[in-house]
Design a protein around this ligand. Sequence first.
Ligand code: HEM
Length: 184
Amino acid sequence: MLSIQLKEQTKENHQILEKKLIQKMRAMRNKQNYLDLLTIFYSYFGGLEKLINNHLIISKVPDYATRRKADQLTDDIASLGGQLPAVAATQFLPKITNHEEALGALYVMEGSTLGGKIISQMISKQLGLDEALSFFKSYGENTIMMWERFQLVLNQSENFPGLAIISSANDTFGKFSEWFDLNA
Ligand code: HEM
């Protein structure tokens, strides 16, 4: 199944990114540090989302409109009094020119909701914060249901063998790690 292949074949890049993020979160001391993190996510995911919107065949991901958007990051940044940054230029983003590449990038964005629960708890505890966490709390108690629905989309037979999707997911993880290094 594609969902299993994706998990296995992007595992290494997930771990690299997760490690960077955990280091950054451990070093957080105040709201400004958290704002800096939200800024990195907004600029990358905001740019990525535009590319996905341009190339995803929406009829193949019927619930796309209900999926988490960079708007939540905008709200979180605003509620901390921060300025919205520009989104990352295309040279810092994965190449997305068709539906398969858009789906691979969406896999990375949607998958980040699974770690989001842990991230929001860590940030809340460390900074004593209970506002501006909407992005990382993502779909709240519906997170697993939303993930399983996305996996069903991935596992439709027309997505096999899925090499372009897997390659795009790895590129999306890799470029995000680089964006982190550039902006952290
Ligand atoms: C502190 C940082 C992070 C932690 C602790 C974390 C943790 C997790 C956990 C616990 C899962 C579920 C694994 C499972 O069900 O077996 C997961 C899945 C996933 N995460 Fe993360 N994550 C983090 C950051 C990110 C980020 C920043 C992204 C994307 C930009 C991301 C993308 C994914 C994806 C795509 C999956 C789905 C894997 C699958 O196919 O099952 N994660 N993560």
